[in-house]
Design a protein around this ligand. Structure first.
Ligand code: MN3
Length: 202
């Protein structure tokens, strides 16, 4: 069974005005589709073929660049689509809110730290909110399509929220204004979905 491009959980134009329809269409149908195809090609005929993506990422040989880049790209975008929603925004609630308040002082404190991680990632990459065993949450960032599930990224924990800061994620609408894209992202976060990730991996 090969990896399939996941369907977007909403229409291409559903996240406007924060993320425009053309960007979403290219991002999903070209970029994410490309990672999916290239991941299938990279594992075909190897002992990774048929393994679940989490197994592949957790046990990844980081010198295997084809699986590292495309396995990361396949997984990261699947998470990214799910943790956004046209009905998103607001603030986290429940035990996730408590963990965020404990680590960052407040939701605003979290926004500052996460925004800084996303803004200062040089070149292409991702900013993450991860849950660690025991329930603590931490912010980190990774280059390219790396993610905290892979060995030795210096992040640790399990990613429950991710923001793509590759230029392909925002350039058509925001050009070089990455900080504007980052602040718009907070209007889209599907906190119910992030909370599910927190509860399942704490
Ligand atoms: Mn992307």
């Amino acid at each position: 069974m090969s990896f399939q491009l996941p369907k977007l959980p909403y229409a291409y134009d559903a996240l406007e005005p924060h993320i425009d329809a053309r960007t979403m269409e290219i991002h999903h149908s070209k970029h994410h589709n490309g990672y999916t195809t290239n991941l299938n090609n990279a594992v075909a005929g190897t002992d990774l073929e048929g393994k679940p993506i989490l197994d592949i990422l957790e046990n990844l040989d980081m010198s295997n660049m084809a699986v590292r880049n495309n396995g990361g790209g396949f997984y990261n975008h699947d998470l990214f689509w799910k943790i956004m929603s046209p009905e998103g925004g607001g603030a986290p609630t429940g035990e996730l809110a408590a963990a965020i308040n404990e680590e960052f002082g407040s939701y605003e404190g979290f926004k500052d730290v996460f925004s800084k991680a996303a803004a200062t990632r040089f070149g292409s990459g991702w900013a993450w909110l991860c849950v660690h065993k025991g329930g603590k949450v931490k912010v980190c960032s990774t280059p390219n399509q790396d993610n905290p599930i892979m060995p030795g990224t210096g992040c640790g924990g399990f990613p429950i929220l991710g923001l793509d800061v590759w230029e392909h994620a925002y350039y058509l609408h925001y050009q070089n204004r990455r900080p504007d894209y980052i602040s718009s992202f907070f209007n889209l976060i599907n906190w119910d979905e992030v909370s599910k990730g927190y509860s399942a991996n704490k």
